[in-house]
Design a protein around this ligand. Structure first.
Ligand code: ZN
Length: 218
């Protein structure tokens, strides 16, 4: 895919332009630094790849557009409080434009209520070895930040915690930021050994109430 970054492809409406304060930003920053350190957020023409977010009471907090995840300042976090994929619009709080993949993150949160962290990175090793590792992968390559990319993800999203965006990167999902981050790391490392524990990428459906009580009595 082209590695040129030309900015966000949606309209951003600022509800206010104050710096975002949230106690969990320090955890997000930790993972952003880790992604940068491992080369999962490489420099592209016009910006950097990779964008990380976590769910909040009002929506989610995501890294800003174009930023280097290695050198984040307090201006580089944006809270998305409303979004609409069809009209390509987001309503935000913060001082900077949100990541170009904000609508993709929004879509994942809307479809997977148990997910509280969405980490997107670019992992060359994973792209090269995803077939050998039997990782789930979108069927078609689509441009970054596009509705078409969201639609591709939608076809396989329900089943997995980790999925590969064809010729582009990956999404690592988790109930917590540490789970999403550690999964991305585990799969990154597995490209050396070519071993992946399937259980970690599969989405296990929670037991229904009756199943849970039946298993408790065993
Ligand atoms: Zn990307």
């Amino acid at each position: 895919m082209s590695s040129q970054y030309i900015g966000t492809k949606f309209q951003t409406v600022f509800k206010d332009k104050n710096i975002i304060k949230n106690k969990n930003i320090s955890i997000l920053t930790k993972w952003c630094n880790k992604f940068a350190e491992l080369g999962l957020s490489p420099k592209l023409i016009g910006g950097f790849g990779g964008n990380l977010s976590y769910r909040t009471a009002k929506g989610f907090i995501i890294t800003a557009s174009r930023v280097n995840l290695k050198n984040l300042s307090e201006n580089d976090f944006v809270e998305i409080i409303e979004a609409d994929i069809l009209s390509k619009k987001v309503v935000v709080k913060g001082t900077n434009l949100p990541s170009s993949e904000s609508l993709l993150h929004y879509y994942v949160y809307s479809q997977r209520p148990e997910i509280n962290a969405v980490f997107h990175g670019h992992d060359e090793n994973v792209l090269q070895k995803c077939n050998q590792l039997k990782l789930p992968i979108t069927e078609r390559e689509q441009p970054y930040g596009s509705v078409e990319l969201i639609e591709e993800v939608g076809k396989i999203l329900q089943n997995y915690f980790y999925l590969v965006l064809k010729n582009h990167g990956f999404l690592s999902l988790g109930e917590t930021m540490d789970k999403a981050g550690n999964l991305a790391l585990q799969i990154h490392r597995s490209t050396d050994t070519l071993t992946v524990t399937n259980g970690c990428i599969l989405h296990s459906t929670p037991l229904t109430h009756s199943e849970a009580s039946a298993s408790e009595t065993k």
